[in-house]
Design a protein around this ligand. Structure first.
Ligand code: URA
Length: 444
């Protein structure tokens, strides 16, 4: 096959066959096709579009570029969850043990944070000693033994996606829904799952700012999963304000642990229960998602979810004492309160800017090689809808970067806007399953 001919065909809005797409992806991953040719193809596809068959072929090519795990030896219907990323999103850490405690095996492979959003892996690694770099053999045997495993992306999974994503990042070709969906699904399908629950976020702190585009992404993700014979449900959720109170690795893990202790954390507990309910249903341990939600609540109130999380932490080398009592976590940090610049009712807190300040405080990274400080971050003391007086404490920042404190405090105060109070948007705006939006919604 001639790559130039394939690029020209896509440039002229023609269709490529599965074999042709596999050829381009395989040649690029092997290093036989230069960056400039695959970049030209990506831009032509970005501008002229990929058909559903082409998007599926791209997913298949990236999936088959690495190992596809076989979990058929592990009993049960294996279900995972994926979030498109948000600020303060610690849901996976509390949700996975809830689902596993209900008897549905959860094999979870997560990413690290980059830019304004955090990553589950960095949050988990805030637990002293906890390893996320398990081998595939360890991953499979832990799943078989305790029904729960949470690890990081390995080099063996979808290497073509890693290479293509890095190229898309520098060629202006990230924000195209079939590229995003095939990238996410190539990694999720490689995990060996039977079902997937997707939390597709929209809003000013999300990857997709526009609700309509987030809907399209949800439809495309579920469509790819279904085409692979996997059951899938997507929820469209609001990311116009940060989720919960905590932003930063240990602060967020601590908040997830609070949920596991049965505390009700605004927004976080709702997402945990609803999404866990979907997973429990897909995993065959409830006859509907609503019944699954009841099971999820029972796993939380009985302490079974907390016990499952401790079991996983111990198995992965982490210190279970911080799960039993998060107050025993000690690490150096400086904590400073941020005060309101005016009086009024809070109507919004800009998650994108807050995420960026958290990165500056040491909680995240601008480059993949940056180190993160587990204690760094921001804890909100007030949420939208709360009334505050000028100079009242509205947030607390934690950092080791003494020189950043003053600027960060001023930037955090600017993230709060005052006006009519919280909007009446639903936290969970709609649900997509079996090719339809059901119109269900859930408040915070
Ligand atoms: N996340 C991914 O994994 N891939 C994309 O293309 C975008 C977000």
């Amino acid at each position: 096959m001639n790559p130039v001919e394939l690029i020209i065909r896509k440039r002229e809005d023609g269709a490529l066959t599965e074999d042709e797409i596999v050829f381009l992806v395989e040649s690029y991953t092997r290093g036989d096709l230069p960056d400039y040719q695959i970049s030209a193809f990506l831009m032509a596809a970005f501008l002229n579009g990929l058909s559903r068959d082409e998007a599926l072929a791209l997913t298949r090519a990236m999936l088959n570029s690495g190992v596809v795990l076989d979990l058929s030896g592990v009993a049960g219907t294996k279900v995972d969850k994926h979030s498109t990323g948000g600020v303060g999103d610690k849901v996976s850490i509390a949700l996975a043990p809830v689902v596993a405690a209900a008897g549905v095996p959860v094999p979870m492979i997560s990413g690290r944070g980059l830019g304004h959003t955090g990553g589950t892996l960095d949050k988990l690694e805030a637990i002293p000693g906890l390893r996320t770099d398990l081998t595939i053999a360890e991953y499979t045997s832990q799943l078989a033994d305790i029904g729960l495993v949470m690890i990081g992306q390995t080099d063996e999974i979808a290497p073509a996606d890693r290479k293509l994503y890095a190229l898309r990042d520098v060629t202006g070709t990230v924000e195209y829904i079939p590229f995003i969906a095939s990238s996410i699904m190539s990694k999720k399908l490689a995990e060996g799952i039977d079902g997937l629950v997707l939390d597709v976020k929209w809003g000013r702190g999300a990857f997709m700012r526009d609700e309509g585009k987030a809907r399209k992404l949800a439809e495309t993700l579920v469509g790819i999963a279904n085409d692979y014979g996997k059951s899938a449900v997507a929820w469209l959720t609001d990311m116009n304000d940060p989720l919960g109170y905590a932003i930063g690795n240990w602060p967020e893990t601590r908040e997830a642990i609070a949920c596991l202790h049965g505390e009700s954390v605004i927004e976080v507990s709702t997402l945990v229960e609803v999404l866990a309910g979907e997973m429990i249903w897909l995993g065959g341990k409830a006859s509907s998602a609503a019944e699954g939600r009841e099971v999820a609540r029972e796993m939380l109130s009985s302490g079974k979810a907390l016990a499952k999380f401790s079991e996983m932490v111990i198995r992965q080398g982490g210190d279970p004492r911080v799960v039993e009592d998060p107050d025993v976590m000690t690490a150096p940090t400086i904590a400073v309160d941020v005060h309101a610049s005016s009086s009024g009712t809070i109507d919004g807190i800009d998650p994108y800017q807050l995420g960026r300040v958290a990165v500056d405080l040491g909680a995240g990274r601008l480059a993949v090689t940056d180190e993160v400080d587990p204690m760094a971050g921001i804890t909100l003391l007030k949420k939208p809808g709360d009334s505050v007086q000028q100079n009242e404490a509205i947030a607390r920042l934690q950092t080791l970067r003494r020189d950043r404190i003053e600027t960060a405090a001023a930037r955090i105060a600017e993230c709060f806007s005052f006006g009519a109070g919280a909007s009446d948007r639903s936290l969970m705006a709609d649900r997509y399953v079996n090719g339809d939006w059901t119109g269900e919604s859930v408040p915070a």
